[in-house]
Design a binder for this molecule. Structure first.
Ligand code: BGC
Length: 370
């Protein structure tokens, strides 16, 4: 048995509480309070509800006491959550920040109490109050999205609509960096024509963009991870696009929530004859969209692995062992040791094999699945 699975095997006989005080079973080796405090960005996006569910499943037979709190898209609430967990005596903090830079203050409060901090999925930036980072390979996520559009491009002069995540999320930069790596050569050779960004148009001959350049594009194309904002932006873009920017189009949508919103807008424009659109997270609603042909692909990030890695790390720390890492990330203040997980491209061809046969979802959650 590998070291990590052994650590998880020790998570036997659970005490998981959600949004309330610990259940009094402190089976871990902690100081008598809470073993692991977990802070997630918002319940309003299915991605993070998915993480909550997977934490609950993984911890159902755990000896370690844990508590999950949501920050509801507020850095102030996030800091309050961390302070609540500190006051309950948590031994390790696992946190996915709402805003990567603003979360510095919250984790510094934990650090001041000597509590080790694991940044979860999103990197906390511009602070040295971090110990570890567990994440998917986010550049690879963007690259898979861009490459999918490239692989499915037929002919040339294809209108390309670009959308990005929130500028406060370091991942939005990594996703775009990866997508640009795949798309830029095909923009430069005329396969794609950028339809909706003067910033991207101005940089189209640069194979590699620096953070500031990516920032100028993200600033123009941000959805803020909000489907409503994505919808409004897509409507504005299609309203001002002429017939040469319609027909068969390609759309880089950063995640599933925004992809569904953007898809609905493109589907309702009579001058758009077909659209290829990306996503990520394998949201249940997007899996149905893929089955129905309304979203073309998603990047499946197996949250079970991320949860296992994060809890494995926390348990290692509690037990005085050094967690295994596979990469480092520069957060602007320090090199953060990271454990990185691969991602899988899912479309109509492999949706059943990857998401149903693998036990991630139940076939009965969907209609029209063959
Ligand atoms: C996560 C994505 C998620 C997005 C919006 C990113 O940091 O990596 O999985 O879709 O935030 O919540």
């Amino acid at each position: 048995m590998g070291k990590r699975s052994k650590a998880l095997g020790m998570l036997a006989a659970a005490c998981l509480t959600v949004g309330m005080a610990g259940c009094g079973n402190d089976g871990g080796s902690g100081s008598g309070g809470l073993d692991v405090g977990i802070v997630l960005p918002t319940k309003d996006e299915t991605r993070w509800v998915q993480d909550e569910t997977r934490f609950q499943e993984a911890l159902a037979d755990s000896d370690y006491s844990t508590e999950i709190l949501f920050s509801q898209g507020s850095s102030a609430k996030e800091k309050e959550n961390v302070e609540t967990l500190i006051s309950k005596g948590m031994d390790v903090l696992i946190i996915a920040p709402h805003d990567g830079a603003a979360a510095g203050a919250a984790v510094e409060a934990a650090k001041d109490e000597g509590i080790p901090v694991i940044s979860y999925d999103r990197l906390i930036t511009d602070t040295d109050a971090l110990d570890y980072y567990v994440t998917f390979d986010s550049v690879a996520v963007g690259e898979a999205q861009g490459q999918y559009l490239v692989d499915n491009a037929e002919g040339d002069g294809i209108p390309l609509y670009l959308y990005a995540g929130a500028a406060s999320d370091n991942n939005a930069f990594l996703f775009f960096e990866g997508a640009w790596k795949a798309l830029q050569p095909k923009i430069a050779d005329g396969t794609f024509v950028i339809a909706n960004s003067s910033a991207a148009e101005g940089l189209k001959d640069k194979a590699e963009l620096d953070r500031q350049e990516i920032g100028s594009i993200v600033g123009q194309l941000t959805t803020n991870w909000d489907p409503n904002e994505a919808k409004n932006k897509a409507e504005t873009h299609l309203t001002s696009a002429g017939p040469d920017l319609k027909g068969d189009v390609s759309v880089l949508a950063p995640n599933d929530g925004t992809a569904r919103a953007i898809s609905d807008v493109f589907a309702s424009d009579g001058a758009v004859t077909s659209y290829t659109i990306t996503g990520q997270d394998a949201d249940m609603a997007s899996i149905q969209y893929i089955i129905d042909g309304k979203q073309t692909m998603t990047v499946f990030k197996d949250v079970r692995t991320l949860v296992e890695d994060a809890m494995g790390m926390a348990v290692d720390i509690i037990d005085g062992n050094t967690p295994e890492t596979t990469a480092t990330y520069d957060n602007g203040s320090m090199e953060v040791k990271a454990k990185q997980t691969d991602v899988i491209v899912v479309d109509q061809d492999n949706v059943k094999a990857e998401l149903i046969d693998s036990g991630y979802y139940e076939a009965s959650d969907f209609t029209g699945l063959e």
